[in-house]
Design a protein around this ligand. Sequence first.
Ligand SMILES: Nc1ncnc2c1ncn2[C@@H]1O[C@H](COP(=O)(O)OP(=O)(O)OP(=O)(O)O)[C@@H](O)[C@H]1O
Length: 260
Amino acid sequence: MATVTLDDITHVYGSGDDAVTALSDVSVRADEGEFVSIVGPSGCGKSTLLYLTGGFLDPTAGTIAVDGDPIDGPGTDRGVVFQEYALYPWKTAMENVTFGLSHVTDLDAEAIESRARAELARVGLEGDADKYPTELSGGMKQRVAIARTLAYDPAILLMDEPFGALDDQTRELLQEDLLDICTETDRTSLFVTHDIEEATYLSDRVIVLTAQPGEVKTVVSVDIDRSLPRDEVLRTDAFLETATEIRSAVHEELVIGSGH
Ligand SMILES: Nc1ncnc2c1ncn2[C@@H]1O[C@H](COP(=O)(O)OP(=O)(O)OP(=O)(O)O)[C@@H](O)[C@H]1O
């Protein structure tokens, strides 16, 4: 698996009077197997940071590297999961997962199908491979999107509010599944959320960005016993204290951002 580093990243959208500095001198690192979340007030550049790491945007200044090699556009070493499931409505769950795999792997059709089946099973959809997106709930669609990304076997997972559109129960189930998947596969994850409990529950480290332009305000290490059931984790002192520390840091920025 892999380490991803963002060094002194500044990103400016537009130019002249319309220029918006989304990120200013941000340095972030996620080591192999580490789960790092990015939180901060709306507009602080969280999504921008993820798009840059995905290679969909070029930073105005700074370097992004995977295992020390600067990235040059998108690559199959980095898999993305966004809030919008972005599934093809005319393709089944299985076809959504297999689509495109032949271009990025040297597997034959049979091997591709078997890998897709394994990934659908991993996210609990072994019985739903032939269903179309309209026949799937929001949670199931997001599971298909996750399976599709995992099928590429990316070393790094980039997730932008992947559970933002889901109801609380589905969100909690998917959080637990994601923790299992990340532990099982030792992937490196960068995860954007505005949900502080979610960030605390999932992460090894949480990076709090300042109000726009986003700078790193603080980095909080999370040391909680994830072998406990979710409900118990959420009641531990370590969890509550860490979530409070992160919430206070974000709140300070909300106050600054609102001019109070
Ligand atoms: N394509 C664009 N052109 C111009 N400005 C942009 C563009 N995309 C984002 N911005 C601006 O850059 C800043 C950061 O946006 P970004 O979407 O990265 O923030 P965010 O932290 O993900 O926000 P949210 O939590 O609301 O999703 C914002 O001020 C936004 O208006």
